[in-house]
Design a protein around this ligand. Structure first.
Ligand SMILES: [Mn+2]
Length: 295
C-alpha cells in the first residue's frame, strides 16, 4: 500500500472578504513556505519526507480569485469532495487541506462532506477567533459562513468553536451561537484547560454523532503577535505551538476529512511570521495523518 495521501486544494478566494486583501496569494505563499521545513523538501514536492505521506495537488483554481462566494460555491464544493475520494470512494487515509483564500470557503467545504446536503452526520470544528455568524443580508462573506451553514441545515450542536475571542465578537453574535446550541470554547478557556485536550475532546464528542468532520482553521485564531497577515487577529489569541498540536490531532482523527487554512494575506505579513505558521499547521496536520496508516 502507498500510505496516507494529503490532497492540497488551492482555493484563491478573495472577494468574500469584508475588509479586502490579497488572500488569493496565500495558497502559493504557504506552498512555498513548506519548502522551508525539513519534513518537506523542494526536490520532492509530491512527498512529505520521512512521514511517508504522498501529496496530491490538483492545481490552483485561479478563476476563483475573480468570483463571488456564491458563484464559486459549486466549483469549490466539488473540488474538495473529489479530493476526499480515491477512485470515487471516500478513503479514511486521505485528507484534504484546503489552502485559502478567505473564510467564505468554509461553506462549500462543509457541503463537500455530504453528497446530498444532509448535515445530520456532518461535524464542524472551527479554530477561529470569530463566530462567523454575521447576518446573511448583503450576501455571502468571510464573516458569515457558519450562519449560512446553519441556514443550509447544519445542526448547531454539530459545531464546536475553539479559540473564540469575546472582545472580537458582538454580544448579538455570541447570543446567536448560544441559541443555535453551538459549543463555544474561548481562547482563554482553551489555554486554561489545555488546547490540545480541548480539541481532542471536541473531536471525540463530534465523532460520536457524525461520520465526517470538517475543520475550519482561521489563522486569526492566533494571537495578533503571531498573525500580522490576518486582519482579524487580535491580542489574546492562541500560540503557534497550541495550533500545531490542534492541527496534528485533527490530522490523526480518522473522521476528519478536510481542513481549511484561511484568512492569510501575505502582503500584510511581517518577516514571514504568519505564512510560516500556516505552513507549519499544514505539516502538523500531515504528521497526524501519517499516524492514521495501518488503521
Ligand atoms: Mn473566521
Amino acid at each position: 500500500m502507498t500510505g496516507p495521501t494529503l490532497v492540497l486544494v488551492a482555493v484563491p478566494m478573495r472577494l468574500g472578504s469584508i475588509s479586502g486583501g490579497r488572500f488569493d496569494l496565500a495558497p502559493q505563499a504557504i506552498r512555498d513556505a513548506l519548502d522551508r521545513f525539513v519534513a518537506h523538501g523542494p526536490k520532492e514536492p509530491d512527498r512529505l519526507m520521512e512521514l511517508g505521506v504522498a501529496i496530491e495537488d490538483p492545481g490552483p483554481m485561479d478563476e476563483v480569485a475573480s468570483m463571488t462566494p456564491a458563484d464559486a460555491f459549486d466549483r469549490i464544493r466539488r473540488s474538495i469532495a473529489v479530493g476526499t475520494e480515491d477512485m470515487g470512494r471516500v478513503q479514511a487515509d486521505r485528507a484534504v487541506v484546503v489552502l485559502g483564500g478567505d473564510n467564505s470557503i468554509t461553506r462549500p467545504g462543509v457541503h463537500a462532506m455530504t453528497p446530498d446536503a444532509v448535515f445530520d452526520r456532518v461535524g464542524l470544528l472551527t479554530l477561529d477567533a470569530h463566530h462567523d455568524l454575521r447576518p446573511l443580508e448583503g450576501g455571502l462573506t468571510n464573516g458569515n459562513p457558519i450562519r449560512a451553514l446553519l441556514e443550509d441545515g447544519l445542526p448547531g450542536w454539530n459545531v464546536v468553536q475553539v479559540g473564540i475571542n469575546p472582545m472580537a465578537n458582538s454580544p448579538t453574535l455570541a447570543a446567536a451561537a448560544e441559541q443555535a446550541r453551538i459549543e463555544v470554547i474561548t481562547a482563554t478557556e482553551a489555554r486554561e484547560r489545555g488546547t490540545a485536550r480541548v480539541v481532542a475532546d471536541a473531536l471525540e464528542r463530534l465523532a460520536r454523532r457524525v461520520d465526517a468532520i470538517y475543520v475550519d482553521l482561521d489563522i486569526d485564531v492566533l494571537d495578533r503577535a503571531f498573525a500580522p497577515a490576518c486582519p482579524g487577529a487580535r491580542p489574546g489569541g492562541l500560540t503557534p505551538a497550541e495550533v500545531q498540536a490542534a492541527a496534528e490531532l485533527c490530522g490523526r482523527h480518522p473522521k476528519v476529512r478536510a481542513i481549511d487554512v484561511v484568512e492569510v494575506d501575505p502582503e500584510r505579513d511581517v518577516g514571514g511570521v504568519t505564512v510560516l505558521a500556516a505552513a507549519s499547521f499544514v505539516l502538523a496536520f500531515a504528521s497526524g495523518l501519517a499516524a492514521r496508516s495501518g488503521g
